[in-house]
Write a protein that binds this ligand. Structure first.
Ligand code: DGL
Length: 264
């Protein structure tokens, strides 16, 4: 009966929550968006590890049974460290996206876009090569996509121009599959699609991550037996009104009260 915990630096993790709600409709969810300290993608590893440990401790206070790290930056630079501090199942977002992309690519060329932290960590390259050393990889950091998503700027001329500039090396590379290696980026999917054209397959890890969470809960005998409407609670570290707006637009349902927490 315990809830699933999910955290991200801001609204990006909601792309994973949407899929968790779809696949696990009876599971209660506690979401934490660290909106006071977003973006994580331009911060040092030490800082991201510290924030992630604090976020994990916050969710543990809510007695969660599993934590989904719905942030690629945390998953790529901090997951091993946080795993070494806690015994609770912690599910990151990298491996599931990698598995799907390796399976999807026909020309054995994968593009990865993400925050600077994620791209510089080279975690995606290591994981892709671990599954198939023959695959070519083109990686590009797109740091401005996160503030666009946080501001709810999901379309329009400015976003399109920035997307064209960032995505040019990916487009020119000829890769046929692109991993959206940041949970904020699915919010910008229409613009990314417009730039890359339809023949490029976009992989966003949300669906696979939700399947992985479901699998772990089933294996551990932790699936909820509740058949009543599940409760979804949202916490942020700043700016609740604006978070509710962006989240409502994205999840397509009102969130109820978003609570602000002062000390994570
Ligand atoms: N949504 C996060 C990610 O997947 C973090 C973005 C950020 O805070 O820079 O990387």
């Amino acid at each position: 009966m315990k809830p699933i915990g999910v955290f991200d630096s801001g609204v990006g993790g909601l792309t994973v929550v949407k899929e968790l709600i779809r696949q696990l409709p009876y599971e209660d969810i506690i979401y934490f968006g660290d909106t006071a300290r977003v973006p994580y993608g331009i911060k040092s590893k030490e800082t991201v590890v510290r924030f992630s440990i604090e976020n994990t401790l916050f969710l543990l206070k809510h007695d969660v049974k599993l934590i989904c790290v719905a942030c690629n930056t945390v998953s790529s630079v901090a997951l091993p460290s946080i795993k070494s501090h806690f015994r609770i199942p912690l599910v990151g977002v990298i491996s599931s996206a990698v598995r799907e992309a390796v399976y999807a690519t026909q020309n054995k060329y994968i593009g990865v876009i993400g925050t600077r932290g994620t791209i510089d960590s080279r975690t995606y390259e290591k994981e892709i090569r671990g599954l198939d050393p023959q695959i070519k990889i083109k990686t590009v950091a797109c740091p401005l996509f996160v503030p666009f998503a946080e501001e709810g700027w999901l379309s329009g001329k400015v976003v399109l121009e920035v997307a064209k500039k960032y995505l040019k090396p990916i487009k020119d590379s000829g890769c046929d599959t692109v991993i959206l290696g940041c949970t904020h980026y699915p919010l910008l999917k229409p613009v990314i699609k417009e730039v890359l054209a339809d023949k490029v397959k976009l992989i966003d890890s949300a669906k696979q991550v939700a399947m992985e969470v479901k699998g772990i809960l089933a294996c551990e005998g932790l699936l909820s037996k509740n058949r009543k409407k599940a409760k979804h609670k949202f916490y942020v570290s700043d700016n609740t009104a604006w978070f509710s707006d962006v989240a409502k637009k994205f999840l397509g349902e009102p969130l109820g009260k978003v609570k602000k927490v002062n000390n994570v």
